[in-house]
Design a protein. Structure first.
Length: 325
């Protein structure tokens, strides 16, 4: 029993999962059963991938020991640049690849500035937050460009499955999550990410290319944020320059609530997804419970602090449990 208890306590996403289940039960009760209704669950699953993809990228980067505060701005810049290219005649596949390439360049710049000049990634990406947001507004010309009529939005936004329950974006999300989970848990590169964030000097001494590892994580984080922004624009039908504002802090909160350690080295993709789902549940549940929506940020802030404390306590408690051989 002690061994089983210790195993569960060492799961970094456990606190977030408990919170998620508790809040679902609470909001189901407060909403008189509406929260878990077909239409409401369908709606929540339809927008979860947009936050979830950003949270996955931020989680991976935090495991590597770094932060990216520019993801909210990149979330808006990628679909805006893609839309502008299509207005000027570029076909959708070319415009999408160009937008993702721009995201990769932004991630590369974030990583290069952080690593080359040895400055906190918090500062480097904070500067990129303003740069990318400004570029989004500038290239839009002040007005959202019109999307072409033949845009294949159904690849990302169409409802499919039994009773049209799931949006196509959910399948993109699940597929990407599975691939990145396998990368993190079943490849040498995944071990390098954890080692780089867990204890950087030791990882470098073992011959792990820590600079390259962090650079790839920065680029992956930006590309996931851009792809998520494209999905939201497909859903909304217009590349608004203001989308993604505040998302960077929500993504960090999702990662932390899901058990990712602020110091790096500890975390899971599943944990980041749980954190993102919890944020969506709170947002939706407060509305259905007829609670003032202004309490949303309060709830996220409180749960972020609570999750950090709970995970720290559980890890300390797990280490104190003696398990026989």
């Amino acid at each position: 029993m002690k061994r089983l208890f210790k195993t569960y306590l060492e799961k970094p996403e456990l606190a977030g999962l408990i919170l998620l289940v508790a809040l679902i039960v609470l909001f189901q009760f407060r909403s008189n059963g509406v929260f878990l209704s077909y239409d409401n669950v369908r709606g929540m699953l339809g927008i979860l991938p947009e936050m979830g993809l950003v949270a996955i990228g931020v989680t991976i980067l935090m495991i590597a020991g770094e932060f990216d505060l520019s993801v909210g701005s990149v979330f808006a810049l990628m679909p805006m640049s893609m839309a502008v290219l299509m207005v000027h005649g570029a076909p959708f596949p070319v415009a999408m690849l160009a937008g993702l390439a721009l995201c990769a360049v932004i991630g590369f710049i974030n990583g290069y500035v952080t690593i080359r000049f040895e400055i906190p990634s918090f500062i480097a990406t904070l500067g990129m937050l303003f740069i990318a947001r400004s570029l989004t507004i500038v290239i839009s010309g002040g007005f959202p460009p019109l999307l072409p009529d033949d845009l294949p939005t159904s690849l990302f936004t169409a409802f499919v499955g039994p009773g049209n329950m799931f949006r196509m974006s959910l399948f993109w999300f699940v597929g990407i999550a599975i691939l990145l989970t396998l990368m993190l848990s079943a490849t040498n590169f995944g071990n390098w990410i954890k080692a780089t964030g867990g204890f950087h000097p030791a990882a470098a001494a073992m011959g792990i290319p820590t600079a390259r590892v962090k650079m790839v994580c920065f680029m992956l984080c930006s590309m996931l944020a851009g792809f998520a922004g494209m999905i939201q624009v497909m859903r909304l039908g217009s590349p608004l320059p203001s989308i993604g504002e505040g998302m960077e802090l929500q993504a960090v909160a999702a990662a932390v609530i899901g058990g990712t350690a602020l110091a790096g080295g500890i975390g899971t993709i599943v944990g980041g997804i749980i954190g993102a789902a919890l944020i969506r549940v709170i947002d939706n549940g407060l509305v259905l419970s007829q609670v003032d929506a202004n309490w949303f940020k309060f709830a996220i802030g409180f749960l972020t602090i609570f999750a950090v404390i709970a995970n720290a306590w559980m890890r300390k408690r797990a280490r104190s449990i003696k398990v026989g051989v």
